[in-house]
Design a protein around this ligand. Sequence first.
Ligand code: V47
Ligand code: SF4
Length: 359
Amino acid sequence: MTTFATISAKVRAAQRISAEEALFLFASPDLLGIGELAALANERKNGRNVFFNVNRHINPTNVCVNRCAFCAFSRTAGEEGAYTLALDEICRRAREAADEGATEVHIVGGLHPDLPFEFYEETLQAISSSVPGLHIKAFTAVEIEYFSRISGLSIERVFERLISAGLGSMPGGGAEILVEEVRQKICPEKISGAHWLDIIRLAHLAGLKTNATMLYGHVESAADRVAHMEMLRNLQDETGGFQAFIPLAFQPENSDLKLDLKGTSGLDDLKTLAIGRIFLDNFDHIKAYWIMLGEKIAQVSLAFGVNDLDGTVIEEKIGHDAGALSPQSLTKDGIIRLIRKAGKTPVERDTLYHPLRSY
Ligand code: V47
Ligand code: SF4
């Protein structure tokens, strides 16, 4: 029989817990007990270090043919508020970021009905030639699949072309909840969960590291969250290409999923991060994306198994269009202070988790 004690014994012995046991933890009221196990699992991997990076997000366009029900960022072409950045402006932002100490740009956007694949390829080429050394983490699996469709190229060929144009790694977006019934409710136009996993597998085979996100706190059940994490854990066993798991707390404003959803509770945020740390024993990093969680919950999460606070971000749009109350960026000093005050050691990292400097 599953009890908290049997799960605790497994985690303490560094053994993998089952999906059923993860579900048991979601149903458990013992948040502090779960947090303690997650902290233990994390300390074993990362000691007292907490990573952050200095980065900038650039969203080249919010025009998107998918219009997922939870997304307040996207617009239809021609709709008020729709925008597309010129290549020069994207480059200018990347250069400005590097001048201010960023080591990474994080580039994701909508699925634009008219921009050709070459626009994205040229964007990477232009950034890598004008800002050499800046790591480009770009495009979700959803965008990669779209590039393949609009160009007629295979997924493998899309990766080859983007890597030679300067793509360094991929973020973890577009995963949402990989369970099909949930996808039908929240993002029916988006590629299936199985397809998302296939594209990520090909990314890993092409030598790209990626992250994996999980959008939670909308219509999904705890069982859906566990099924999602199990699919990620299985793929990670196969490829080892995931760097961080990033649960994204749903921000309900201005989205078609608004219903009577009020957003996640801090308790659910901490529990989800902690169970992610315990269940995903083959992921090195659990990232608290402070933009969606707020600074305080992100800080508390450092005692619940989290070892990464993402970055300075600068001008975040996806969460803020959906009502996120966090600031749009944090300074490096702000992140360092936040980590220090939680009793941990701040370590600036590059995108691939090489430590650059500890504070
Ligand atoms: O895929 C969209 C999510 C994602 C909302 O890999 C929303 O380092 C909450 O993936 N409420 C894009 N979330 C952002 C993303 C990401 C962010 C930070 C770091 C990394 C990384 C990846 O944002 C989308 C979707 O799941 N999203 N709308 C919303 N209303
Ligand atoms: Fe488009 Fe991504 Fe928003 Fe879905 S989440 S509507 S794919 S920008």
